[in-house]
Design a binder for this molecule. Structure first.
Ligand code: ATP
Ligand code: MG
Length: 464
């Protein structure tokens, strides 16, 4: 699309020469000679950059810039000034102008500035569409469930999102939706345009975790070749999500407590206090009271985190939400796997309703994903649904597979080839579905087919 540039200047010759050059550069030009005409165009808001003369017959460029920024914050404005008014140009920069150019001007120089500004404008648009997408993906409406328990959780999440609360603790078994709620709280909040930083505290050894969270100074350890900002600094203005906080070491716990209390941290090996404005959302599937008793978790940190806590009940305690969740995920996987007509038989539906879901919503989601992928005709039968331990063994006999090493040994590659071939035959050479059966990626299936020289006989399914 052609970028649209608004040019406001009372000198006809200047408007004319800017129009000539901007058109050559592939821009569409909107022109106004005074504030009144410019205001009309600004209200329509259909441009990506504005070039404004500072002195206009009925207003000033600064006033117009304020109008533009009120409607579309971040839209770049370049001011055109005479040498004599350079002071106010500097003031204008302070008010958020992208840059200023002085009259009489050099067209080539202006075009450099114009291109830089358009790049920023482009970036701004990309960011705002990305944000829209994330907001759509992590809005409250994506939290499925109408039970009293889910309504309470959604209500709390909304309240917390809009509050000043600087810490939130999310509790609940694995798979109940703690990650999801953390993102919802961020993207529903005024912090949404700032970063959401996520770290699983158990994924890293202690020393690394510390430097990830708080950053380090150059030379603070043999690995610290350069200075590095920590997650808290990088998330400035946004949210830090600390997953599995229940499993952190005493040293990390002490530092977390400090950052929560004082809103400041020091980089590892550093002395300077760095102020940070972040909301901390911590999550754990551990029983923190037990961890405190066992002296594995600091009581003072618990109280600090627990000021606002949201407990998400296990799915077996709000089973009335299962039908909604089923239709939500069915809809999702139909689209994802291009199987728009897949349906659950009523026996399959019952089987899903009557199960206890120890792995909660995650297990339900995975179960349905697998069922949609592996369903043969347009229906998912009760037999297509493998629950709990059923889903680990081979689906034919539902017994767990144990292999014994024979005296003469095995050739692993032959076993692998045989299993890969079986998976492909069973799925009529649908590589995606074979990959699910084998617990590997589709690329790995392809690779193994090539490696072992496995080719479909004549039974190739479309859409592989
Ligand atoms: N109420 C819900 N509506 C829609 N999707 C949900 C809901 N609850 C959970 N999910 C989905 O279930 C999956 C597991 O949820 P999530 O990862 O948030 O669980 P968790 O509590 O963080 O688990 P863990 O303790 O193992 O980290 C995700 O795909 C999530 O989007
Ligand atoms: Mg999680």
């Amino acid at each position: 699309m052609q970028p649209r540039v608004l040019v406001v200047d009372d000198e006809k010759l200047i408007r004319w020469s800017l129009r000539q050059r901007l058109s050559q550069e592939g821009c569409e030009v909107l022109e106004a000679a005074d504030g009144a005409a410019a205001t009309q165009i600004i209200e329509d808001g259909a441009f990506e950059l504005a070039l404004l003369d500072l002195r206009l017959p009925d207003t000033t460029g600064i006033e117009l810039m304020k109008k533009i920024q009120a409607g579309a914050s971040g839209l770049p404005v370049i001011l055109i000034t005479a040498y004599s008014s350079i002071d106010s140009a500097v003031d204008a920069m302070k008010c958020g102008a992208f840059d200023y150019v002085t009259k009489p001007f050099n067209m080539d120089e202006i075009m450099v500035t114009v291109h830089r500004a358009l790049e920023q404008s482009n970036l701004r648009l990309q960011l705002s569409s990305q944000l829209k997408q994330q907001r759509a993906q992590f809005g409250l409406e994506n939290v499925i469930g109408k039970s009293a328990s889910m309504m309470r959780i959604k209500g709390l999440a909304r309240k917390v999102a809009h509050s000043q609360a600087s810490t939130v603790l999310l509790l609940g078994e694995s798979g109940v939706g703690k990650d999801l709620i953390a993102k919802v709280i961020h993207f529903e909040s005024a912090r949404a345009e700032k970063p959401f930083m996520n770290i699983t505290c158990t994924a890293l050894p202690d020393a690394l975790l510390e430097s990830e969270l708080f950053g380090h100074e150059k030379g603070s350890s043999t690995d610290a070749k350069t200075r590095k900002k920590g997650l808290f600094e990088l998330a400035e203005g946004g949210t830090v999500f600390l997953d599995e906080v229940g499993d952190t070491s005493p040293q990390v716990q002490a530092k977390l407590l400090r950052i929560l209390d004082e809103k400041a941290c020091k980089r590892v090996g550093g002395t300077q206090e760095i102020m940070v404005d972040v909301r901390v959302i911590a999550a754990t599937n551990r029983d923190l009271n037990k961890a405190i008793e066992d002296k594995r978790f600091r009581e003072d940190l618990f109280y600090r985190l627990n000021i606002i806590s949201i407990y998400i009940e296990p799915l077996r305690e709000h089973k009335e939400d299962i039908p909604l969740l089923l239709s939500h995920f069915l809809h999702h996987f139909r689209r994802e796997f291009h199987r728009p007509h897949v349906e659950l038989t009523s026996a399959a539906h019952d089987k899903l309703l009557n199960y206890d879901w120890p792995g909660n919503v995650r297990e339900l989601r995975n179960t349905l994903e697998r069922a949609v992928l592996l369903s043969n005709a347009g229906t998912i039968t009760a037999d297509d649904i493998l629950l709990g331990r059923e889903s680990v063994g081979p689906s034919d006999d539902r017994e767990s597979l144990t292999m014994r090493l024979l005296k003469q040994g095995y050739k692993l590659a032959e076993i692998e080839k045989d299993i890969v071939r079986q998976a492909l035959e069973r799925t009529h050479y649908n590589q995606t579905r074979a990959a699910v059966l084998l617990g590997i990626s589709r690329d790995q299936v392809r690779y193994k087919m090539e490696k072992f020289g496995i080719a479909p006989s004549n039974e190739v399914e479309q859409g592989n």
